[in-house]
Write a protein that binds this ligand. Structure first.
Ligand SMILES: NC(=O)c1ccc[n+]([C@@H]2O[C@H](COP(=O)([O-])OP(=O)(O)OC[C@H]3O[C@@H](n4cnc5c(N)ncnc54)[C@H](OP(=O)(O)O)[C@@H]3O)[C@@H](O)[C@H]2O)c1
Length: 318
């Protein structure tokens, strides 16, 4: 496969960051994707993207032309806000259908649609695209359905350090080359990881919410450093680097307990601080905060559904 086109259907904060990383990808690292289309809704965004990508001959900016963009593309990333998914995938009613389904369905037939939208499950998106989802496996030959892959990057995609969860597709007919394409795309913005569908709500919080948690922890440490006389900019540099070094040690295989033990000597200052953290119940508070995020992630997109999934360790029933 060569000269494939990727459409960013909704090119806002995250879509732009992903597109920029893909444009920097080494040659031949994107499974034949060389052309890009960025779709937006407003004139303001259109102008912003035209300025931003003016040097790139292989990027087309399209506004209010989603259907044409989808027809011209081999792979699409759905990057609109969760509240805009339905309107976006309903498509342009004025366009003529060329087959047995609605226009968007036809434009995506046999292609890969990667969703990065938080809270929207794969079946919910498939229901919007495919006109007769209950018949999807029996009626449509595998080449003739739109294949939806749900993913969840995190905000660190902005610096190509995203932890991106890619939900395993349950169908044995899922084309293996689509898995390769998704892996290649998300390897450009950080680390991709395939996970089973049942882990998606937990991952939404574990990988998606934790950057905000780190931000609060770091902010409180910087404030404390300022309180004892360290200039804020100096404190920020020291603490950010401390965080980065700790992350690299942990990623190298050192266990958290080992890391703590390496830095704590008898009667030392570090163990004194650790004692205060334990006294304040920091593990319990962080643990409950994460469980709360998971509880809400599990409920997202399921409001009104009967028999909603609740885990025994969720913090409450929503
Ligand atoms: N930001 C994150 O850290 C993060 C992390 C994980 C997942 N996500 C998910 O990523 C998605 C995008 O987030 P974001 O922060 O990038 O949002 P955003 O900045 O609001 O971007 C959304 C984009 O979609 C465009 N759009 C809206 N309706 C459209 C339509 N009908 N056709 C074409 N384009 C349309 C908007 O265009 P206009 O600007 O012209 O209105 C905008 O460029 C969300 O679903 C979010 O849940 C985000």
């Amino acid at each position: 496969m060569s000269d494939q086109t990727l459409c960013m259907l909704g090119c806002g904060n995250l879509g732009t960051a992903i597109l920029q990383s893909l444009l920097d990808a080494p040659p031949n690292s994107l499974c034949g994707i060389t052309q890009f289309i960025a779709c937006v809704k407003s004139e303001q965004s259109e102008s912003r993207l035209k300025r931003l990508f003016s040097q790139h001959q292989n990027v087309r900016i399209m506004r209010n032309e989603n259907l044409a963009a989808l027809r011209d593309s081999h792979v699409t990333i759905l990057g609109v806000d969760p509240s805009q998914v339905e309107a976006t995938l309903e498509g342009n009613e004025n366009e003529q259908s060329t087959g047995w389904g609605p226009p968007i369905e036809n434009a995506l037939m046999g292609k890969l649609l990667i969703s990065i939208v938080a809270g929207w499950t794969r079946p919910a998106i498939e229901t919007l695209i495919n006109s007769e989802t209950d018949l999807i496996d029996s009626r449509y030959p595998d080449a003739e359905r739109a294949w939806v892959l749900r993913t969840l990057p995190n905000v660190a995609a902005l610096v190509s350090q995203s932890m991106t969860a890619i939900e395993d597709h349950p169908s044995p007919l899922f084309p293996p080359q689509f898995k390769d394409i998704a892996t290649a795309i998300f390897a450009q913005i950080g680390k991709p990881m395939f996970i089973p569908p049942a882990l998606m709500p937990a991952t939404t919080a574990v990988a998606g919410s934790t950057p905000a948690f780190w931000a609060i922890i770091v902010d409180s440490l910087v404030d404390a450093a300022v309180a004892v006389g360290v200039p804020r900019k100096v404190a920020q540099k020291q603490i950010y680097q401390s965080m980065r070094g700790s992350a690299e040690m942990l990623q190298s295989g050192i266990q958290p307990g080992e890391l703590r033990d390496m830095g704590t000597s008898p009667e030392g200052c570090t163990i004194a601080g650790v004692m205060v953290l334990e006294e304040g119940g920091v593990r319990g508070v962080l643990g409950k905060a994460l469980r709360e995020s998971v509880t809400v992630a599990r409920a997202m997109g399921k409001v009104g559904e009967k028999g909603r999934e609740v885990h025994v360790n969720d913090t409450r029933k929503i």
